[in-house]
Design a protein around this ligand. Sequence first.
Ligand code: GLA
Length: 386
Amino acid sequence: MNISELKNEFVKRYGEGDFHGYFSPGRVNLIGEHTDYNGGFVFPCALSFGAYLFLRRTDRKSVRFASLNLPFETEVKVEDLDKKVGREWVNYPIGVFAQFLKKGVQFGQGADILVYGDVPNGAGLSSSAALEMVTAMAINETWEIGLERLELVKMSQKAEHEFAGVMCGIMDQFASGMGKADHAIFLNCDTLDYDLVPVELDGIKIVISNTNSPHKLDSGMYNLRVSECHAAVEAISAHKPIKVLAEVSWEEFKSLEGKIENPTARKRARHVISEIARTEQAVQELRNGNITKFGELMNGSHDSLRDDYEVTGPELDTMVEEARKINGVIGSRMTGGGFGGCTVSLVKDEAIDHFIAQVGKNYEDRTGLKPAFYVAEIGDGAKRLF
Ligand code: GLA
């Protein structure tokens, strides 16, 4: 749906009058997976698709929420904007309203809200972060609250913790809020220092392959990995006191590794610490124009997520295996939280059609699932549309 169609939908539902529109993108992470909540580096970029939110202030002391993607709609009194509503999608925007209430913001009058998303849900492309971030931006502007964008990013992450129960790092909300067209964000998730690195891939495109695997990123499995990393921090701290795994360099880890008794903690730490090193190196290679090396590091990232972090699963592994068979593929890996969702591959322009046909066929033959492919465009972060 384009913006004028979306505007018509708003008017159909809520009637004529002024209203504003906002957009915040999904993201694809090029490398640096499961490093953010360990204080490490990530390298995501914002996509051109994401979440749209249209909003009109009203005189009623309540907020009406509706979506063009899902049938559930509801009306919530302004003083109840910190209460969960079952397991419905509205918990994403309400979770963000709740963060403003916590800061002492009083909404007074309410609003009518309509949302629409064109990021495939549960595909590991941050549909939820996009919805959180677009809500934060819209609230901040509508009620003229004047918070900095970085604060909105942090509040969106909090909403995910408190209302979705996923103890995520900051990567997704950061990419959705701070992204820039044609750039990837090299972010230190400990200090939040970042660089926007131009992604100028001559004759190469970023291709996202959706496994369409029914296993969603399950908050239980994600949170389990977070706690396994805490266990690894504790084990390492017996030898070198640390707060996050990012404090251990890959060189240091090689001498500490044998001292971590629990094999699971050892493997999880090995992934995280090696991935942080890979990410730093990958960004350097990209800056030097060494895309072949960048692709090799992407492959290394996937293999580590498969063997040491154990978050890939048969569908993601099959997609990556098939992608790597194609001539013209520079690198291929899972992206996002894992356990289903998408892979990201760098593919030479002339190989893209063949890639989509061949990987699509082989993946379907092997898994019985029909995949989907998107050639990614790197877009801007959250913005007001009108
Ligand atoms: C999910 C989380 C992010 C990050 C990735 C894995 O997308 O929301 O914070 O941890 O998984 O890199």
